[in-house]
Design a protein around this ligand. Structure first.
Ligand code: PLP
Length: 399
């Protein structure tokens, strides 16, 4: 018999923790998430044999089913294979990466850009690479999880300011006046709330205090600004924002993420970002889809126009029903119901009427703000919106 280093054999605490986890037990019991759709064609999905309208994707411009994007994706794999199987710094850099980066940089009015395999990765990198121990990060308290991970990885000191409140940011900065390097982290459009960042005031404070300003524009890119250039362009603040990061899994109808800034910042990132140095490069088909979507954003402005037309109709529909949309100003529209029980009932009523949405409950949202997250797409037809209106009226009656 093998000799053991330990006197008694104890069970593995980490396995017990996973087995006893309340959130997982509840998820498996009520099955509100991880629905595996059987098919999709634009906004139409099939779930458990029933056709439904998707009302919570981030395909804002509806390009994920555009024939040119689909063809580019297929052609990308035919030309370059399925994967580079390596990191950009070593064996994974390809001409299609630099082409996409140059085009994104030009579109955003930046000197340079760096793409990676996920928006999450890019946004972690945008914070963690530039901030370091001893620095102070001032973060809007509602920023996305990836930005918080970036903050934690940086090991900088963090100060939170109240959501989209430049006066609070200013007051905290003035009261602390740290002598160390400072970074401000915000989203261009807040993903849950649909709020547009009060960027002019925040950028002014950033300039005056000598802070480095990072804007995650995952939900503003493709939606705001000239031809969808995003929140920074919407406010014409290009010379006051140091880094714009974002995702290619929303308006660009692909997967992956980007970080755009001055050439020296992007080259610094290529030397120091662990997420870049030690992770494989963006796959050919995904880069091709994003490159083609970016071209379409510029050559076919009708998608952006349709997105806003649909958003207007949808918001008026919800307002007419007396629903609380948290003053969303964009196509990301929450329906705030305030408790997980109400959210569950509303979500089920919509599902019953053939509308697929996603629940978001505390702690993913602030307490009392439990909500259904919905998002409009340029692909929604008038018929889809009619069906959504009927379902919303039904769900309201079930409350
Ligand atoms: C604000 C924000 N940043 C970053 C991300 C991450 O993007 P991706 O899903 O492409 O990894 C998301 C995704 O939901 C997001 O909402």
């Amino acid at each position: 018999m093998a000799l053991s280093l330990f006197n008694s054999k104890t069970s593995k605490a980490i396995i017990s923790r996973a087995q006893d986890d309340h959130a997982t037990k509840m998820r498996l019991k009520y099955k509100p998430y991880y629905h595996a759709m059987e098919s999709q064609q634009g906004t139409k999905i099939k779930l458990q044999g029933r056709e439904m309208v998707m009302l919570s994707s981030n395909d804002y411009l509806g390009l994920s089913f555009h024939p040119k994007v689909i063809e580019a994706c297929a052609q990308g794999a035919r030309t370059w294979g399925s994967s580079t199987t390596g990191a950009r710094i070593s064996n994974g850099s390809r001409a299609y990466h630099t082409k996409l980066e140059e085009r994104l940089a030009a579109f955003l009015g930046r000197e340079a850009c760096h793409v990676s395999v996920a928006g999450y990765v890019s946004c972690v990198s945008a914070v963690a690479t530039f901030a370091q121990k001893g620095d102070t990060i001032f973060a809007d308290k509602n920023i996305h999880s990836c930005l918080w991970d970036g903050v934690r990885l940086s090991t900088a000191t963090v100060e939170r300011f109240s959501h989209n409140n430049p006066a609070d940011l200013r007051q905290i900065l003035q009261s602390l006046e740290p002598k160390t390097a400072k970074m401000i982290v915000v989203e261009g459009v807040y993903s849950m709330e649909g709020h547009i960042c009060r960027l002019p005031e925040i950028a002014r404070t950033s300039e005056e205090s000598g802070s480095f300003l990072v804007v995650d524009d995952a939900h503003g890119f493709g939606v705001l600004g000239r031809r969808g250039r995003g929140t920074v362009d919407h406010f014409q603040l290009n010379d006051q924002v140091d880094i714009i990061c974002g995702s290619m899994s929303k308006s660009l109808a692909s997967t992956g993420g980007f970080i755009a800034g001055s050439r020296e910042l992007i080259e610094y990132l290529r030397s120091h970002s662990k997420q870049t140095l030690f992770s494989a490069a963006l796959a050919p088909s995904q880069a091709a889809a994003a490159t083609t979507s970016l071209e379409l954003m510029q050559s076919e402005p009708e998608h952006l126009a349709k997105l806003w037309k649909n958003t207007k109709r949808y918001r008026e529909m919800l307002k007419g029903l007396g629903l609380d949309t948290w003053e969303s100003e964009t196509p990301a529209v929450p329906i705030v119901l305030g408790s997980k029980e109400l959210v569950y009932r509303f979500w089920q009523a919509l599902l019953e009427k053939g509308i697929f949405t996603v629940m978001s409950i505390a702690p993913a949202v602030p307490p009392g703000k439990d909500l259904i997250r919905t998002a409009v797409s340029a692909l929604h037809s008038e018929e889809d919106l009619d069906k959504i209106a009927t379902a919303m009226a039904y769900a309201v009656k079930q409350m």
